[in-house]
Design a protein around this ligand. Structure first.
Ligand code: COI
Length: 332
């Protein structure tokens, strides 16, 4: 068996190399993303592993089929940039890494919130200028707040545990109820109630697609005054301009954004020597009431190792048995 791994960053290499040695399976490491051009490097290999944020071009899958490669294994969880129809047309199976570290994302939600509650961004900027005054940056305590968790999958449940550990009152919303959380009585009936009753709303759901947002001027008007929004999930869940306006007007306190609706091509790039043309993002970056980071919630040693190795294990299972526990249902 010979595998090829695309879009590999420096920090992933050692885990892939270790896996290759331990399993005695050749893995060619390619730093380029998987495109209609680079897919040609896969000729002669049995399976393709990849991670990228850019959409996967449909032509890639025609070429894979032509080369007799019928499995694409992703090193990440999100499959929103993969055209399922093109996979099905070419009889290609897809796997992901559904749970590389729910704790990494959950811990980051709390990290960002704590920074915002204590106004750390503004305080650090002030101290950098040798302004050591306390006011006006008085903080709030998490143990006095109600945290609304939208989405109670693995990440949402890990977040609930941590928030409860801090003494916050936690409420939750999901279409599908987890029996343990149900027993605890955490669920509210609908999203509107979650928005209305929470001081902090943390999002742990996939993209809604088709331009649908969860946080926009309408839903914000339902929220408590002075509330906080945290998004470590998908940028397109939020209309960022509406959110910015709500913070600027004083309706909301602020937000923690680790994802952004137009992040592709920006996050994880060094644009320090370039003209910055995204006005909304620029305002968010400048505002002390936004903690903005470039999609780093997942970025821990544990998660990166799991992404590298679990994706390869899924590939081996697919190639040996025709399926794996991480295979994505592509629908009819
Ligand atoms: C995913 O796994 O889909 C993520 O959002 C993290 C990604 C930046 C590696």
């Amino acid at each position: 068996m010979k595998l090829i791994d695309f879009g590999v960053r420096e920090d992933e290499k050692k885990y892939i190399e270790e896996w290759s040695k331990e399993n005695n399976i050749e893995v060619k490491i390619v730093s380029d993303l998987l495109t209609p051009e680079t897919v040609q490097l896969a000729k002669g290999y049995d399976g393709i592993v990849a991670y990228q944020q850019l959409p996967y071009d449909e032509k890639i899958f025609d070429t894979m089929n032509e080369y007799g490669i019928h499995v694409l294994s992703l090193r990440n969880v999100g499959v929103d940039n993969v055209p399922f129809a093109a996979l099905k047309k070419n009889q290609i199976r897809l796997t992901n890494v559904p749970s590389y570290s729910p704790e990494a994302i959950a811990e980051y939600s709390v990290t960002g919130l704590m920074a915002l509650l204590r106004n750390l961004k503004h305080m650090i900027r002030k101290v950098d200028q040798h302004d050591f005054q306390w006011a006006p940056d008085i903080g709030r305590e998490l143990n006095q707040l109600t945290v609304g968790v939208a989405g109670t999958g693995r990440i949402g449940r890990a977040a609930i545990k941590i928030y409860q550990g801090f003494g916050a009152k936690v409420i939750a919303y999901d279409k599908f109820h987890n029996p343990e959380l149900e027993k605890e009585g955490l669920y509210v009936d609908d999203l509107d109630t979650l928005l209305k009753e929470s001081d902090v709303v943390t999002l742990h759901i996939p993209s809604l697609g088709k331009g649908n947002t969860l946080i926009n001027s309408k839903s914000i008007s339902e929220m408590k005054d002075n509330a906080i929004v945290i998004n470590t999930a998908r940028g397109d869940l939020i209309n960022t301009k509406d959110l910015y306006d709500a913070v600027a007007s004083g309706k909301l306190y602020g937000a923690v954004l680790d994802v952004y609706e137009k992040e592709v091509g920006v996050f994880n790039s060094d644009l320090s020597d370039q003209e910055f043309s995204d006005e909304v993002l620029d305002k968010v970056i400048k505002s002390p009431r936004f903690i903005l980071t470039p999609h780093i919630a997942f970025y821990t040693t544990k998660a990166v190792k799991n992404m590298a190795t679990v994706s390869l294990n899924a590939m081996v299972s697919e190639l040996k048995t025709g399926t794996s526990e991480n295979e994505i249902d592509l629908g009819k």
